[in-house]
Design a protein around this ligand. Structure first.
Ligand code: ADP
Length: 940
């Protein structure tokens, strides 16, 4: 039989007895009763019972409390009375009924009209409806819980989804969970198998933070083991747990923990963390609590791991891109099968001439010019096979910017496969160096080397490079032609070891050492026996420097000058022959001139017709001109053969200048020029050859006269300028074009060849002037405003350092003629001999002519001359031989010999002196000179 426990709460014992008897009457169950007379006692009775009554019969009107209140006191955690309640009342008003039913009673019946069976039925109904209501309520609660949990879960997911940062994620998760569970503290701890837990900032509500490091062993001996096995630790009240030690309890108390729930976080079976929920008061943790905590622990951990992975990926990417940026090489990360440019450094952008706009684009789209180059296929291959590709100095044709023309670039590069954690290829790392500059430089060097080799192998010169020990470091193939020895036999050897003549080795080594020591070029000439016989070489040694500006080696460039030498020799000989020819020509021209000049003198002294008086000066002037031309010609040939020697003496410029003016006066006068002389009264002393000095200025003055239009003006000026004298001859004549100013001093140069040749010369005069001025240590310059604007020639000469000794005033006047002296004139040129005889007779001498050496030797025997004028260039026996014989003969031993010849060089004069001549006269002789000479040789 079913037993039923009914609790009756009614103040009246009678009522309680009535109810009891009614129930006993109407019920077929075995009934037990609990009774209480007050509300308090009733509550105590019901809630304090070891097991709840099956049903409560409650009187509405309890003295201290009405039924609704009592019903509320009997409500369980879900708000419903802990067991079915039927309220009995005396009044049984509908309002009361509604109140009690709303307060949770199952039924409400009137005391007076109820019967036993009715009450029993009411109780049975109440039990049934309570059970149903409870179930409904529980379902609702469960549903609510489920709802709440779902809401929480989605809130959790929504709030944490975007959180990429681990700490933020933990913080939000803890807060949400804490709020959801109404917990006092929610914390995450990083745990390990030793029991160490590292706690960060937690969610707290009314308690302290507990960030720090803890040891699980302090909180229970089995705690770590259970957590490691994946078990959740659920404690409702640690303080009342009799199995806990005092030490443990105080450890919990310190953290204000009374109830707690710890969910372990395992990864690959290893304890990595805990999620702990703490309460400061006892708490019965529901299965739902446990499961949500476990779930959140796992979810949060997964999210944290993801965030960690993400951030480490991000960090890695950042690291990679930073690394890529500082790498000198270009690099890029291409991801996926489309090779999307994910990362690229500046060098890569520079290489391809694009910027960050290519990031995120497939590389073949971003750099479309490489589509038909080998790169796409290579990328595919690496992506497919996972085998890295490497290339050296490969040509890439890049546009270096959109729309730009393609440029060839040389790159060393590699394509390296990039892998996912699961081993799949995720992309390609491109990495390399732009070698264009280097390759171009190498190409240029190679080209340069080729060109250099071409030059060194094709030059006719012998090129060699020496080290400090005089060994050949390099030699071109010409060496083989010269020595017959191949290049390989020369390298590393010195010239001595190669048996070059010792004197040449000495010279060469000395020069090479000098180049090494002084870093200066050196040149030397030498001769060598070669396969082609003896040859002459000119060798130039130049220093070759290293990057420290030290001489690293010496390069010798040896040129075969055998042919050049031969030409030079030929030229020298030709020049010599030319000079000899000029000298001979002048000499031969002088011979006919001598009688002409003498004849003119004779004619001038004899009675003259009008015509003769008119013609003679003209002829004399022209002969003078001819003589000067020949003199110039002779001088220039002497200069070129170095035969002019200055006879310097202390001389006043003014004296010489007067003589020069006198010499050129006829030309000046003939053209009707005005001559102005401007020089100081004080003598300007020079150490100079007066004859040559006079030649210089008479040349300049004659030129001024020649190259000025009739009636011009010539200024001859001199002035002291410090240690020098500045002498200028200026005219108002035809001038000199600017482009000729530099060359007028060159021999045979004439500005205006169309000039009337009677005015012109041979283009020798200025050349003589310059040479003679230079021989005096001076210089000469020409200046002109241009054609028809006159010319000015300026001579600068050094002044003598000290003034001259006082000089004996005047040269002796040579006019006295001593008669009755015998003179023999010997010349094979009959005209010359006879005109000379006529001249001498005119002077009052007893004169006779001979026409050969033999003729002379014969005539002296009967004529007994005091003086013999002896031509040197006699046919057969020459003048010197004749002189020798004359001096050796007792009749003529004291006879004074005068050489009379066209040869007038110093050497000729010296020869004459050596041969015993007293004087040497050059044809055509100036009659005045003859006169003066005779006066000294035959004094009265
Ligand atoms: P030349 O025998 O022809 O006079 P020079 O050597 O004396 O030879 O002079 C060379 C040339 O310089 C002359 O032919 C002439 O053209 C030019 N020259 C020389 N002196 C003067 C001058 N005073 N005025 C103009 N031209 C001059």
């Amino acid at each position: 039989m079913q037993s039923w426990c009914v609790a009756i709460i009614d103040e009246s014992p009678d009522n309680r007895a009535d109810i009891r008897s009614m129930l006993l009457n109407g019920c077929d169950k075995r009934l037990t009763f609990l009774e209480a007379g007050t509300a308090e006692a009733g509550i105590q009775m019901v809630l304090g019972a070891t097991s709840l009554p099956d049903c409560i019969v409650l009187d509405y009107d309890l003295p201290e409390m009405e039924a609704p209140e009592l019903l509320a006191a009997l409500a369980g955690p879900d708000g419903m009375p802990v067991c079915p309640v039927v309220v009995v009342t005396g009044s049984a008003s509908p309002q009361e009924g509604r109140r009690v039913l709303r307060a949770g009673a199952q039924d409400y019946i009137g005391k007076d009209w109820t019967t036993g069976p009715a009450l029993v039925r009411a109780l049975e109904n109440a039990c049934e409806s309570w059970a149903m209501a409870r179930e409904l309520h529980q379902r609702k609660t469960a549903l609510q819980l489920l709802n709440d949990r779902e809401t929480f879960r989605s809130l959790f997911l929504d709030s944490t989804r975007e959180l990429g940062e681990e700490q933020a994620l933990k913080r939000v998760a803890a807060r949400l969970l804490g709020q959801y569970l109404k917990a006092n503290r929610v914390l995450y701890g990083e745990a390990d198998e030793t029991g160490t837990v590292v706690v960060g900032p937690s969610y707290v509500s009314g308690v302290q933070q507990m960030a720090g490091i803890y040891n699980l062993h302090d909180y229970g001996p089995t705690l770590l083991r259970r957590l490691m096995s994946g078990e959740s630790i659920v404690v409702s009240d640690v303080q009342t747990d009799s199995t806990r030690s005092d030490r443990e309890k105080s450890a919990y108390a310190k953290l204000e923990i009374v109830a707690y729930l710890i969910a372990p976080i395992l990864k690959n079976g290893q304890l990595v963390g805990v999620l702990a929920i703490h309460q400061t008061s006892p708490r019965d943790w529901s299965a739902d609590d446990i499961s949500i905590v476990r779930e959140i622990a796992q979810r949060t951990w997964a999210a944290v791991e993801h965030a960690r992975a993400e951030s480490s990926l991000l960090a890695k990417e950042l690291q990679l891109s930073q690394m890529m940026e500082i790498m000198p090489s270009f690099s890029a990360v291409l991801t996926g099968p489309d090779f999307v440019v994910q990362l690229a450094n500046q060098s890569f952008f520079d290489l391809v001439g694009r910027g960050s706009e290519i990031i995120g684009k497939p590389v073949l789209e971003a750099l479309d010019e490489i589509a038909d180059q080998p790169f796409p296929a290579l990328l595919e291959q690496v992506y497919r096979t996972g085998t890295a590709f490497e290339a050296k100095a490969m040509i890439a044709r890049l546009a270096r910017g959109p729309g730009k023309s393609l440029i060839d670039i040389f790159v060393d590069f590699s394509f390296l496969p990039l892998y996912e954690s699961d081993g799949r290829i995720s992309g390609i790392f491109v990495h390399g160096l732009d070698r264009t500059a280097e390759v171009s430089a190498n190409l240029a060097v190679a080209q340069g080397t080729r060109e250099l080799r071409s030059v060194t192998e094709n030059t006719p010169d012998l090129l060699a490079r020496y080290d400090r020990e005089f060994r050949h470091v390099f030699v071109n193939s010409i060496v083989e032609k010269i020595t017959g020895c191949p290049v390989s036999g020369i390298i590393g050897k010195t010239n001595r070891e190669l048996d070059m003549p010792r004197d040449v080795c000495d010279e060469l080594e000395k020069a090479i050492r000098h180049v090494f020591d002084h870093q200066q070029h050196r040149s030397l000439d030498f001769s060598l026996p070669t396969l082609q016989g003896p040859r002459h070489f000119s060798c130039r040694l130049v220093p070759e420097f290293n990057e420290l500006r030290q001489v690293a080696s010496v390069l010798s460039v040896t040129h075969d000058i055998t042919e050049r030498r031969a030409y030079e020799q030929q030229l020298l000989e030709q020049d010599l022959r030319k000079n000899e020819f000029l000298a001979t020509l002048a000499h031969e021209l002088r011979n006919p001139l001598a009688p002409i000049r003498t004849g003119l003198q004779l004619l001038k002294r004899s009675p003259q017709t009008d015509a003769a008086a008119h013609t003679l000066p003209v002829m004399e002037r022209q002969v003078g001109h001819l003589v000067r031309l020949i003199d110039d010609l002779l001088d220039i040939s002497r200069i070129s053969s170095g035969k002019i020697v200055l006879k310097c003496e202390r001389v006043a410029f003014q004296e010489v200048a007067v003589a020069a003016v006198e010499a050129s006066q006829p030309f000046i006068d003939a053209a009707g020029h005005a001559l102005e002389i401007v020089w100081p009264d004080q003598p300007l002393w020079l150490d100079a050859d007066p004859t040559r000095l006079m030649q210089i200025f008479s040349n300049l003055l004659t030129n001024a006269a020649k190259y000025s239009y009739p009636g011009g003006r010539i200024t001859f000026a001199a002035q002291r300028d410090g240690e020098h004298v500045l002498i200028s001859v200026q005219d108002t004549g035809m001038g000199i074009p600017a482009d000729m100013l530099g060359t007028v001093f060159d021999v045979f140069t004439q500005v205006n060849r169309t000039l009337d040749r009677s005015q012109g010369g041979l283009g020798i005069g200025l050349s003589l002037v310059r040479t003679l001025v230079q021989m005096h240590g001076g210089s000469v310059q020409a200046a002109s405003g241009g054609i028809d604007l006159g010319s000015e020639f300026t001579v600068i000469l050094p002044l003598a350092s000290a003034p001259a000794e006082p000089q004996s005033s005047v040269a002796p006047v040579l006019t006295t003629i001593i008669a009755s002296r015998r003179i023999l004139v010997v010349d094979d040129n009959v005209d010359a001999a006879e005109t000379m005889v006529m001249l001498l007779e005119l002077y009052g001498y007893d004169t006779c002519a001979a026409f050969s050496g033999e003729d002379c030797l014969e005539k002296v025997l009967w004529f007994h001359p005091d003086i013999v004028f002896l031509d040197i260039g006699l046919p057969g026996m020459n003048g010197h031989e004749v002189a020798q014989k004359l001096l050796a003969h007792p009749v003529t031993a004291a006879t004074k010999l005068i050489a009379l010849t066209g040869w007038g060089t110093e050497e000729d004069v010296r020869k004459s002196t050596r041969a015993g001549f007293h004087a040497h006269l050059t044809k055509p002789v100036d009659p005045e000179v003859v006169e003066a000479l005779l006066a000294t040789l035959l004094p009265a």
